[in-house]
Design a protein around this ligand. Structure first.
Ligand code: DND
Length: 244
């Protein structure tokens, strides 16, 4: 079968738009489930990874795409590491898990990164038999109603709130109910990992080890590129100032 020039251009445009995203939806009689783990990932840590793995298992996802935000919408007043560094750390952290992919989809997009835009683009790329699941931590789920164009987001994807055992979901549930928006949220219990990116940055500044908090490859990257005030050598070992 020969393609016309227009058709070839359309195929090329689709490839460019899709970039490094996984191919899903080929079999029309089957439903596919694409997990999207959005984050600043400054840096990525084991809390993010455990939450995504749990969502993969519990919801029967086909794959989870980790998407570092380009210019995070709500962090305009804060210093955030370069997108390239956050993407590289995300790639390193996800590379040994066959369920996970790291994508440049948001990092390469100019301007402020809004989740509603991302979901709209993904919805246009994938056929209807691919369901979108946007994964967030429990703390963030109560806030999604205040994200830009929350109503549009609710119509484009399902949401997954990863909660810790014993976490009180009342705030999240009441915020969503009060908004009147048709959010479809599945709550998952993930092992308690009281880790945050800011805690990891603080530990690096103090010269403390990140072992068991994030994959070693990420720790290596942080020191190699001197992120968060790190010295190139000696993480979690001697020589760091202010070490406890
Ligand atoms: P964060 O900066 O919270 O990411 O951003 C999460 C996502 O929300 C990104 O995709 C943003 O673009 C999007 N967002 C936020 C606000 C407004 C808008 C969009 C908008 O469009 O208006 P972090 O790197 O801090 O964390 C990534 C995810 O991991 C978050 O959902 C967070 O709650 C979760 N998380 C944990 N989950 C389980 N255990 C832990 C966790 N620590 C963070 N220990």
């Amino acid at each position: 079968m020969e393609l016309s020039l227009d058709e070839i251009e359309q195929v090329a445009a689709d490839v460019v738009e899709r970039g490094d995203l996984p191919t899903l939806g080929q079999e029309p009689s089957r439903t596919y489930r694409l997990g999207i783990m959005g984050g600043t990932f400054d840096p990525i840590h084991n809390g993010h990874l455990v939450a995504a793995e749990q969502a993969f298992d519990d919801l029967g996802l086909d794959t989870v795409v980790f998407m570092p935000a380009g210019r995070p919408a709500f962090k305009q007043d804060k210093q955030v590491s370069a997108g390239e560094d956050r993407y590289a750390m995300t790639l390193l952290a996800t590379s040994d898990n066959p369920h996970f992919l790291a994508s440049r989809f948001e990092v390469d997009r100019p301007g402020i990164t809004y989740t509603a835009d991302t979901l709209e683009r993904l919805r246009a790329i994938y056929p209807e038999n691919v369901e979108l699941y946007f994964i967030t931590g429990a703390d963030a789920i109560a806030d999604i109603v205040s994200w830009r164009e929350a109503g549009r987001m609710a119509s484009l994807a399902r949401f997954v709130g990863a909660t810790r055992p014993g976490y009180d979901l009342a705030r999240a549930k009441s915020a969503i109910a009060k908004s009147g928006l048709p959010f479809d949220v599945t709550y998952l219990e993930v092992p308690a990992l009281a880790i945050s990116s800011s805690y990891l940055r603080e530990r690096v500044r103090r010269g403390q080890s990140l072992r068991y908090l994030t994959p070693d490859a990420v720790t290596g990257y942080i020191h190699k590129h001197k992120l968060y005030g790190a010295s190139q050598l000696g993480y979690g070992s001697k020589g760091a100032e202010g070490r406890e």
